[in-house]
Write a protein that binds this ligand. Structure first.
Ligand code: C2E
Ligand code: CA
Ligand code: CA
Length: 717
């Protein structure tokens, strides 16, 4: 309870009157000692001082001291009462907070003044109570805020920081107070510009927000923060200090960055994904269009990637993709983009590059680096790629056309034998449009019996006898001109028709061989060679098929040769070696086709159970024209012979080819010089004539066994 302090030594009428005054809620404390009165200011909560001026002990000096003393604290009004009508006590007049009250006419006036002062005291007390409550509220809010809050002055010196701020920045209160707020902003290389900008905002006289700031914490670490702030003004609107509120958004930022990564990057390889590739390329198209610059878009597809996945598993496939991505990274410039846009498809946009020669150089380099062996799950894996190129603005002036044309050109590269590149052209476009109809027609061709086989003889270079036949597939669509296997086999491979087609070829050739074997007019004591596509070799069930075909047709395995290209083997050497081992064990002869055009590793060649090499016709063609070509032919022959392999030369068209190949010991010759591939009737006729001819030779003991080169004249020329 608050106190009304009464200083009065006259215990007579004044005191009696005072005691009858209504002083609700207040305690009366009377003393006639000024010293006690002064002391009570320390111990009591004094709301009002009443002082009897007429008291003999009244001391002016004590009153002045009283006024001075309480002026330090809050304002306590002092009422000086007297029976005098007016105050003639000059000094009292000089006391600012002292009010004179005459009780000459009664105590009513004094009572009203007392009421007035106590009322005022009460409401002031209420106010300060409210203020105290507000202060507590403010403290609670500050301390329980989920944001860090820091108050700093106009020079940046920190004056206070709430609990959250301390915990986020790893400081205690002592350490942070007096610290420079600007030291909290990270000035690391990447953040310096942001820090500078924010630093100037932080001293301005208006609110600011900054969505991403790096703040230094005390332990030499940083957090990512979102900051807002404002200045604090006094009642005269003058800026007194500043406040900065911040939230730790490090985790959120990481998540956001992760999301952006997911949205823009390929998880497996870390390369840009299709969406980023599109955005980037679209931007560059606009730039190049505006600045009359050129650019190129490349679509890169790994050849036979599915085989790797099928034979070695998806983990190996993934590993290969990561390896390819790594190598591709080094093929482009910083300003270009490399993206993975699908399973085994990559895309590159080469900015400001329209010169086909320049593009070709890069593309060749890419093909080269992809061809180098990969080591996956401690096995050597060899792959190649097909690349389609479209040029801006020639092949398309917008993203959609450019990507479509690059894709079309890539498809053409596949059809043209893979491991190569094609620039998009109008001609390619037309061929592509044909392609889908080709695919439809191929699907129906087996059922409609539109395929048939041609056979091309292989001639012994010494005797001139037919010592083998190569089976080559032909397709006659009812309405179209003949389409060569070079064109439809890649399409059949691409659309998954090859297993059925390969099976048909194998049955067809083996059945025909059995027919010849049982034809008494033909002396059939040599094999038929059947071409295998790479996909057949790694298909997994090829051995079962081979077994079944040999059993169903009754063809002895020694009457069958399987021709496969180096690429088929190198695609996945380990699987190929195991399958080839089984083929060889079954008694079937193996021959490597188109030798010299691929990129075989001699290391593997040594390990393969092969019996024959076929020198590609591109080398044979060079005989007599190009000494380098001749050197290659000689080298292949020497190599093959050192590995105990028989050699067949393909594409033998000229007499001098024959002479050269005989001179260097090539065992067998095949080509137009002797015969084109022939239909069953024609080849049967040729074989019958051969039997007649050789029966005649055998019947005539006077003739030498070796045949002179003039015998090497084809009856079909
Ligand atoms: P290949 O296995 O290299 O077959 C030899 C190709 O060279 C045949 O073309 C043949 O007609 C041609 N040729 C033969 N002698 C000469 C010559 O003296 N000069 C020239 N310029 N060419 C000659 P074809 O029949 O068009 O076959 C092309 C390719 O298609 C074959 O190349 C082979 O890779 C593939 N192929 C053909 N039949 C089949 C088949 O039944 N199955 C599979 N998987 N592929 C086949
Ligand atoms: Ca062949
Ligand atoms: Ca060949």
């Amino acid at each position: 309870m608050d106190t009304v302090l009464i200083i009065d030594c006259d215990q007579g009428k004044f005191w009696a009157q005072l005691r009858s005054l209504k002083l609700h809620r207040y305690k009366l404390f009377r003393t006639d000692e000024w010293q006690t009165a002064l002391q009570s200011l320390e111990t009591e909560s004094v709301a009002l001082v009443l002082c009897n001026l007429d008291s003999p002990k009244f001391e002016l000096s004590a009153l002045i001291e009283l006024e001075n003393r309480r002026a330090d604290n809050s304002i306590i009004p002092i009422l000086v009462a007297s029976e005098q009508p007016s105050l003639d006590h000059g000094v009292v007049q000089n006391c600012e907070h002292v009010e004179f009250c005459s009780v000459m006419g009664g105590f009513d006036y004094l009572q009203s003044r007392i009421n007035h002062h106590l009322q005022q005291h009460y409401s002031m007390q209420q106010q300060s109570r409210k203020l105290a409550e507000l202060k507590i509220l403010y403290q609670v809010i500050l301390e329980s805020a989920s944001e860090g809050i820091i108050q700093y002055d106009k020079t940046g010196v920190i004056h206070s920081a709430n609990r959250k701020a301390l915990s986020l920045l790893n400081y205690n209160e002592k350490q942070i107070i007096g610290h420079d707020v600007f030291d909290l902003l990270s000035t690391a290389e990447d953040d310096a510009a942001d820090a500078k900008q924010l630093g100037s905002l932080m001293l301005q006289q208006q609110p600011y927000v900054c969505n991403r700031v790096i703040l230094n914490t005390r332990k030499n670490s940083t957090i990512v923060a979102e900051i807002s702030g404002n200045c604090i003004r006094d009642i005269d609107a003058k800026v007194q200090s500043h406040i900065m509120m911040f939230q730790d958004i490090t985790v959120r930022t990481l998540n956001e960055e992760r999301l952006v990564k997911l949205a823009k990057y390929d998880v497996l390889t870390g390369l840009s994904n299709r969406s980023k590739f599109h955005d980037f390329t679209e931007g560059k198209i606009a730039y190049c269009a505006h600045n009359r610059k050129k650019m190129a878009v490349l679509f890169i597809d790994i050849d036979h990637f599915k085989n790797i996945n099928d034979s070695m598993g998806h983990d190996a496939g993934d590993e290969l993709l990561v390896g390819v991505a790594e190598r591709l990274r080094f093929c482009i410039r910083e300003s270009d983009i490399l993206a993975r846009i699908g399973g085994d498809e990559f895309a590159i946009t080469l900015v400001e590059m329209g010169n086909p020669n320049q593009v070709t150089r890069i593309v060749r380099h890419i093909l080269e680096v992809i061809r180098k062996p990969f080591y996956i799950q401690s096995r050597e894996v060899n792959v190649s790629a097909s690349i389609g190129i479209s040029l801006f603005p020639e092949s398309g002036s917008d993203l959609k056309t450019l990507t479509q044309t690059a894709d079309t050109a890539m498809y053409q590269a596949k059809i043209d034998g893979r491991n190569t590149y094609r620039f998009f052209s109008a001609e390619i476009q037309n061929r592509m449009m044909e392609l889908s109809s080709l695919e439809d027609a191929l699907r129906k061709a087996i059922a409609n019996d539109e395929f048939f086989m041609h056979y091309q003889p292989q001639i012994d270079s010494v005797t001139g006898r037919v010592v083998g036949l190569e089976a080559l597939i032909r397709w006659q669509h009812p309405d179209w001109p003949k389409i060569g296997p070079d064109r439809f086999i890649p399409v059949a491979e691409e659309c998954g028709l090859l297993p059925a087609l390969g099976k048909w070829v194998l049955y067809s050739a083996c059945r025909q061989a059995v027919k010849w074997r049982t034809d008494e007019h033909i002396q059939f004591n040599f094999p038929v060679a059947v071409n295998l596509s790479p996909k057949q070799l790694v298909s997994g069930d090829f051995i079962d098929l081979l077994d079944k075909v040999l059993r169903d047709t009754g063809l002895p395995p020694e009457n069958l040769v399987l021709e496969l290209t180096e690429t088929a083997v190198m695609l996945n050497p380990d699987v190929a070696i195991s399958t080839l081992g089984k083929i060889s064990a079954a008694g079937v002869t193996l021959s490597v086709d188109d030798f010299g055009t691929g990129y075989s590793s001699l290391n593997y060649l040594k390990k393969l159970p092969i019996d024959k090499l076929k020198i590609d016709r591109s080398f044979v063609k060079d005989i007599g024209i190009d000494t380098n070509g001749e050197a290659i032919v000689k080298a292949i022959l020497a190599l093959a012979h050192s590995l105990n392999l028989e050699v067949v030369a393909e594409g033998v068209e000229e007499q001098h080819h024959v002479d050269f190949l005989r001179e260097y010991g090539c065992e067998q010759l095949q080509g137009y010089f002797f015969s084109k591939p022939l239909c069953v009737e024609e080849i049967s006729e040729l074989l019958r004539q051969e039997k007649v001819k050789w029966d005649g030779v055998a019947a005539d003991p006077g003739k030498p066994q070796a045949v002179e080169s003039e015998h090497f004249k084809s009856p079909f020329h």
